[in-house]
Design a protein around this ligand. Structure first.
Ligand SMILES: Nc1ncnc2c1ncn2[C@@H]1O[C@H](COP(=O)(O)OP(=O)(O)O)[C@@H](O)[C@H]1O
Ligand SMILES: O=C(O)C[C@@H](O)[C@H](O)C(=O)COP(=O)(O)O
Length: 331
């Protein structure tokens, strides 16, 4: 089964949200207290997804706000260097700083992220800085959940969604739930459900859908799709870590993607690499089942490497892994 996009567009995908810095532990398999060296990469979920899909060959653009400092300039240079259109990345003039994410790799299974996101430039994107002429040039608007956590970024994203819907641009909502960005779980559920109900495609982990539904215990995928298919979405992708992922189509078809065996270095980066390759495949006209394979293969490559953004694979690497067909059977 294929998913249809408006073919007549200059951009395949425009992402909105944060473009930040990841500082990844160079000495790993130890707690961060004992890590003395960190490597710098561009980070932030929607930036990672734009980078991954641009490296795979999609024409990508980005809407966001960068700090007027060395980090902001590094991000802009890296993103334009991988082919992303940065013309709608505005520079903050009020002294807000770039968001930082320090990563801790205690073991391949035990990784965490320490984020510095107080007063970060990306959350100051204003609705007046979202341009209809730009959005209408794309097949897809990719919205990241964290950008809904604070105003004025929240209103900028809500405006971008209504402009996308007005101009027949598919809205893809990557839940990207970072609990510490939010005041409380109820607030998250209000904005997540508001946006999910208006989106065409929703992608997230089981835990992220629980946040959307304001559940404190694990929900089930059937309940989630019964709820979302009463609204705009016609495709819902629910990820279950190493157990793989499911894509549910409103027409009733269900597809499963299995994870591929790999030597895991760290677990972060899985979600963003998955989304970029899944969307690349879908937008390139591949069927949903194949798109799940692309997402899973891309994630298994990135979890074996040190970064999230810089490690995004090529089409050849992804197809090579799919060809080998060494899947993980759990669950
Ligand atoms: N240990 C692993 N080995 C191989 N692939 C993995 C592993 N963990 C996750 N993946 C792949 O990455 C995808 C996304 O991972 P998941 O943990 O569900 O998302 P997120 O990183 O957003 O929390 C999974 O569907 C799976 O294909
Ligand atoms: O999203 C961020 O701000 C941090 C990311 O750049 C970091 O690489 C990461 O956590 C990616 O993890 P994922 O969401 O599991 O892909």
């Amino acid at each position: 089964m294929n998913y249809k996009f408006n073919e007549n567009r200059e951009f395949d995908i425009i992402a909105i949200g944060r473009a930040c810095i990841d500082l990844n532990a160079v000495e790993y398999n130890r707690p961060m207290e004992e890590t003395m060296t960190f490597s710098k990469y561009v980070g932030g979920s929607p930036a990672n997804i734009a980078i991954g899909s641009s490296k795979l060959g999609l024409k990508a653009g980005f809407i966001g706000k960068l700090a007027d400092d060395q980090h902001g300039r590094f991000i802009e240079q890296y993103m334009s260097g991988v082919g992303i259109d940065t013309s709608n990345m505005v520079v903050d003039k009020e002294g807000h700083k770039t968001g930082l994410a320090f990563t801790e790799i205690k073991s391949p299974e035990e990784c965490s992220i320490l984020m510095y996101r107080q007063d970060v430039a990306d959350l100051y994107l204003d609705q007046s800085e979202v341009n209809e002429e730009y959005i209408k040039k794309s097949k897809v608007l990719l919205v990241s959940g964290t950008a809904l956590s604070k105003s004025p970024s929240r209103e900028a994203v809500l405006k971008s969604i209504s402009l996308a819907k007005k101009n027949d641009v598919k809205v893809i909502f990557e839940l990207d739930y970072r609990p510490y960005s939010w005041n409380n779980a109820e607030e998250t559920a209000v904005y997540y459900s508001l946006v999910a109900e208006q989106s065409d495609v929703v992608i997230g982990t089981r835990e992220e859908f629980d946040a959307l539904e304001n559940r404190t215990t694990e929900g089930n995928n059937e309940d989630t799709i019964n709820y979302l298919f009463k609204h705009s979405p016609d495709l819902v992708v629910i990820k279950h870590g190493v157990e793989g992922s499911y894509a549910y189509a409103k027409s009733g078809e269900v597809f499963r993607g299995l994870a591929y065996k790999t030597k895991v270095l760290k677990t972060f980066g899985a979600g963003d690499s998955y989304a970029s390759a899944f969307l690349f495949a879908l937008i390139s006209g591949k069927d949903i089942e194949t798109a799940l394979k692309y997402g899973s293969a891309s994630a298994s490559i990135v979890v074996s490497k040190h970064s999230s953004s810089d490690a995004m694979p090529s089409v050849e690497e992804i197809e090579g892994l799919i060809e080998k067909n060494e899947t993980i059977s759990v669950g």
